[in-house]
Ligand binder design. Sequence first.
Ligand SMILES: Cc1ncc(COP(=O)(O)O)c(C=O)c1O
Length: 479
Amino acid sequence: MKRYEKFADDIAELIRTGVLAAGQRVPSVRYASQTHGISPSTVFQAYYLLERRGLIRARPRSGYFVNDSVRLQGLSDDVTEQDVRPAPALSESTEVDVSELVFSVLESIKDPNTVPFGSAFPSAGLFPLQRLARSLASATRDMDPRMVVSDLSPGNPALRRQIALRYMVAGQMLPMDELLITNGALEALNLCLQAVTEPGDLVAIEAPAFYACLQVLERLKLKAVEIPVHPQQGIDLAVLEQALERYPIKACWSMTSFQNPTGATVPEARKRALVELLREHEVPLIEDDVYAELYYGQHAPKPAKAFDTEGLVLHCGSFAKSLAPGYRVGWVAAGRYAQKVERLKIMTSLCASMPAQAAIADYLQHGGYDRHLRKLRHSLEDQQRAMLGAIARYFPAQTRVSQPTGGYFLWVELPAQIDSLKVFQAALAQGISIAPGPMFSPTRRFQPFIRLNYGSPWGETPERAMETLGKIIRSMMAG
Ligand SMILES: Cc1ncc(COP(=O)(O)O)c(C=O)c1O
């Protein structure tokens, strides 16, 4: 019996014997983990199992509680119909409470010996870190002491100019005034959502969505209206339109290119239609475009921002995925919200790190960014091919998988009876991390899905890890 099963049984016994009464709160994940000497992810797994057995239930932001009508029979581990939540065309709004699951998964990928299929980052070995270090040294050596004042938000002018130039080369004229440098795209996304909403507001998000989006909603006390993402077409515009008509939605958050986790890219005509639809409803679009440079085709897909004439799109980008992980430099072109977002930035963290900004500005001018990007794109495309091959070799025949035209994630649909949280646990025990589907939904859908990262060079270790994953999944089908 696994540790989480044993712990779940112990709690079930407390419920059965009335020690934990109906409506009572069960120990928090952190507390249980400390007092029982088990990892938070083991506790979470146990609670998830108890939830599926109908014994406890999560209440947003409050923890887990014993169900009022506890079912004492049927304590089996089998998936019941009740577990398989249908994917409704248009969901009701949902309070968001995913952090426990997300943190337990993120914790698991910190170990450098773990095969990082569950990671959100590409391998650091793919980046020109030595060349960047030279830019950092030379930019800081020549740094004018007055920069500590002149480079406060909106940020280093040379860097903002370089970013505006890149927009221009891609065909988009962007006034530099719109650009604000942030501590990674994540801060930009946080500030943007904060700028356009009040606590309690409804936000249209993708289903599945990047888990950090869910966490931002959770932090800002916003409610999610989930809009399905089609593997080829991206966010479903018909459902979004229904949602905009039915609910007082205050913002829409979308990754229109190489969506995390599905890899979907919204075709250009639909991006235009998306902007038009949101314009009709006066709803701002927070566009997360952190993988913009990681395209495998001839050209980068245009962002929705390219079709925005009203300043309603807040376009967030980053160097973390394409050049300089760890430097924490991102940006937003915030349209008509630029001033508001900048003020929030000043109130939150004043400005982004000046040496990091100066280093990237120097690298963009002299370092050969485009050459590096061409190499990076080729590597990622080759690695995608290798991982798709491994899935074909080792995973069950019923497996379905996306084939994105950029980025570094595959979204894998396993046979319906497979619980990806169990795959996560079993794989972790063998030193392999994966990202299980439920971490991408506030309603914990996508149970038989996993997201796999192919951002590391291929070789014997990932190949064997994929073989092991395949075995784990097949064994769960047999059992
Ligand atoms: C889809 C997506 N958006 C935003 C971010 C955050 O980017 P940054 O590292 O620049 O804060 C990430 C990082 O994992 C991401 O995957």
